[in-house]
Each structure stands twice: as structure tokens, then as C-alpha cells.
Ligand binder design. Structure first.
Ligand code: SF4
Ligand code: SF4
Length: 88
């Protein structure tokens, strides 16, 4: 499984999750308005979930119904053209 970042991150993207992720699997580009978790690299450790100030991070199987579209956004994000971290 993986963790998923959903809509409350939009326009917040403060990077708190990046600071605690042990495998640097949270990615962004300067033009993004949120960050994304790479499902292929996330080790499901849950460290990021409690540090998010806006409750934007959920385990994939607990993403709220109205945030389900963000699962595909995290899976389909172009990780090859971005870098780990909060690249503002
Ligand atoms: S901690 Fe939450 S709001 Fe901040 S960048 Fe991560 S997901 Fe977005
Ligand atoms: S669950 Fe752990 S590995 Fe996955 S994004 Fe959060 S801190 Fe990183």
C-alpha cells in the first residue's frame, strides 16, 4: 500500500511531511500547488500523516470518499520529471 496526499495540501504545501519521510518519496516541482507521494517508493511507515497541519495525508484504503480522485493524481504524477522534497 501507500499513503496519498489529498486536496487540503493544495496551496499549503508547507513541506512538513518531507522533513519526516525516511525514504524521500514525496515529490514536487516549483510550479506545483501540492506535493505527491510516489506509491512505488512509499514504505507505508505513517510518519508523515500526523505532522500534516491540514490533515491531507491518508493511507490509500482510508482516503475519504470525496477525495478519491487524488489517488490517481498521486499514482499518475510525473515522478521522473520532478524531485523529492518541497521544491518551491
Ligand atoms: S505536510 Fe500536508 S500540507 Fe504540508 S506539504 Fe505535506 S501534505 Fe501538504
Ligand atoms: S508513509 Fe512514510 S514512506 Fe510513505 S510518504 Fe509518508 S513518511 Fe514517506
Amino acid at each position: 500500500m501507500t499513503y496519498i496526499i489529498v486536496s487540503p495540501c493544495v496551496d499549503v504545501r508547507d513541506g512538513a511531511c518531507v522533513d519526516v519521510c525516511p525514504v524521500d518519496c514525496i515529490y514536487s516541482n516549483p510550479e506545483d500547488n501540492m506535493l505527491y507521494i510516489n506509491p512505488e517508493e512509499c514504505i507505508d511507515c505513517a510518519a508523515c500523516e500526523p505532522v500534516c497541519p491540514v490533515t491531507a495525508i491518508f493511507p490509500e484504503d482510508q482516503v475519504p470518499e470525496n477525495e478519491q480522485s487524488f489517488i490517481a493524481l498521486n499514482y499518475d504524477y510525473d515522478y521522473d520529471s520532478s524531485e523529492p522534497g518541497d521544491n518551491k
